[in-house]
Design a protein around this ligand. Sequence first.
Ligand code: AMP
Length: 249
Amino acid sequence: MKILVPVKRVVDYNVKPRVKADGSGVETQGVKMSMNPFDEIAVEEAVRLKEKGVASEIVVVSIGVTDAQAILRTAMAMGADRAVLVQTDAALEPLGVAKLLQAVVDRENPGLVVMGKQAIDDDMNATGQILAARLNWPQGTFANTVTVADGRIEVKREVDGGLETVRLALPAVVTTDLRLNEPRYATMPNIMKARKKPLETIAADTLGVDFAPRLETIRVVEPPVRKAGVKVGDVAELIEKLRDEAKVI
Ligand code: AMP
């Protein structure tokens, strides 16, 4: 079975995002960019399925700028076999990404798509669900545990109040939650080997898909700076402040 893993290039999770001076978005120039952490978990899960003999090939795909090649190489250093870059400099949103991924699914015919539950830049949590709906495939979102057997996949999903188990027919779309696994680090020898693995580039506008944005970002602002707190001496003072200053009791 072939597994397709979509991976997104985002501002590194250790970087404190800065809003652009004109308020049109978050600054990405000169900022460290990395693979979306949930997508690392997706790559790891695909590699584990290959190690168990469930998967025969792992193809990673990223949609975006040419520099996204770096995260594709990282995914291949973790164990993916080959990569596809759907190149575009255009602004992207989940509907457009899902349509482009659908075109890649049509070309690659994977038995399973494993992807992040959300990208940490826009926190959309939508692309996997839209892709599954467009493909008319079952979806197992927020995966905590994944087991493949007899042409079916069992997904334990993280839901409010516990875990829900669903069994899906393949092909299917699975989106990863944080506790699914702990992604491995790419070792230096594997980083070197990944340089020789195939990376195909397809121009997004050759796929016959309308991925023009439907959403308009009006303005992006920094969160308000929190006022410093005060220390109270005892419970009586706390109650007095809550009553007389904060007026919450
Ligand atoms: P989102 O719906 O934007 O929060 O993203 C959910 C998941 O969709 C991500 O974790 C990725 O697996 C995938 N995805 C989103 N945008 C892209 C992209 N530009 N290229 C590849 N995969 C993407």
